[in-house]
Write a protein that binds this ligand. Structure first.
Ligand code: URA
Length: 223
């Protein structure tokens, strides 16, 4: 369950992950970044958005999705009545790939433990993947985003929904309506995930009060 590539003493606390990301030198992206971008959002966020990696503006500010793709993400959130401040936003890799190139497999692998720990700390009800690299982590390799966008899977029990990356809609404007339609499904998906969570919680409640200490032994001795 826990990331195996981490030292034995690592913490699952969001703030600890943030501090480690800011000082990280696990891959070559640390040599060219200005600022690492750990992600942001409230620690009790029910929805986690996972993008690909910081762009130029994010590299300068240390905050995720603050450039043009971030502007579209904000609009999409508003279109479904959600606020950016209510959700957690992070990326597959936490440092800018120079020239906005795709992150390399070794860079994704070096960063993977940070994302796993963020998910473990947040325990989100719903994960929304933005773009192919994020989709691959949760949906598995070799998936086609044009087929899987708007669909769901479970990753370690958590409901995940795949979306095109907002930057894709900036390059190909016809995708904007597709993204908006996929986003429109999110409130219902979250409601469904919440209901399932509460049902599982209720099912895990003990049905009879536990016997007081000593009582269990006494009952056993009767047989
Ligand atoms: N694109 C991403 O995938 N993440 C960001 O933070 C910004 C742009």
């Amino acid at each position: 369950m826990l990331p195996s590539s981490q030292p034995a003493s690592f913490s699952l606390d969001l703030e600890a992950v943030r501090a480690e990301v800011l000082a990280c030198t696990r891959c070559k992206l640390s040599l060219t970044r200005t600022r690492a971008v750990p992600g942001e959002g409230p620690p009790n966020a029910k929805v986690l958005f996972v993008g690909e990696g910081p762009g130029g503006r994010e590299n300068e500010t240390g905050r995720p999705f603050v450039g043009p793709a971030g502007q579209l993400l904000q609009e999409l959130l508003e279109s479904i009545g959600w606020k950016r401040s209510q959700v957690f936003i992070t990326n597959i890799v936490k440092c800018w790939p120079p020239g906005n190139r795709d992150p390399l497999p070794e860079e994704k692998a070096a960063c993977n433990g940070y994302l796993d720990r963020q998910i473990f700390a947040l325990q989100p009800r719903l994960i929304v993947t933005l773009g192919r690299h994020s989709m691959e982590k949760f949906f598995g390799p070799g998936q086609s985003i044009s087929r899987r966008h708007g669909t769901t899977t479970r990753w370690r029990g958590i409901l995940c929904c795949a979306m095109y990356h907002p930057a894709a809609a900036l390059h190909q404007p016809s995708l904007k309506a597709v993204l908006a339609a996929d986003f429109a499904r999110l409130p219902t998906l979250l409601q469904q995930a919440e209901q399932e969570f509460l049902q599982e919680l209720a099912a895990s409640e003990p049905t009879e009060p536990a016997a007081p200490p000593g009582e269990a032994d006494r009952q056993l001795r009767l047989f």
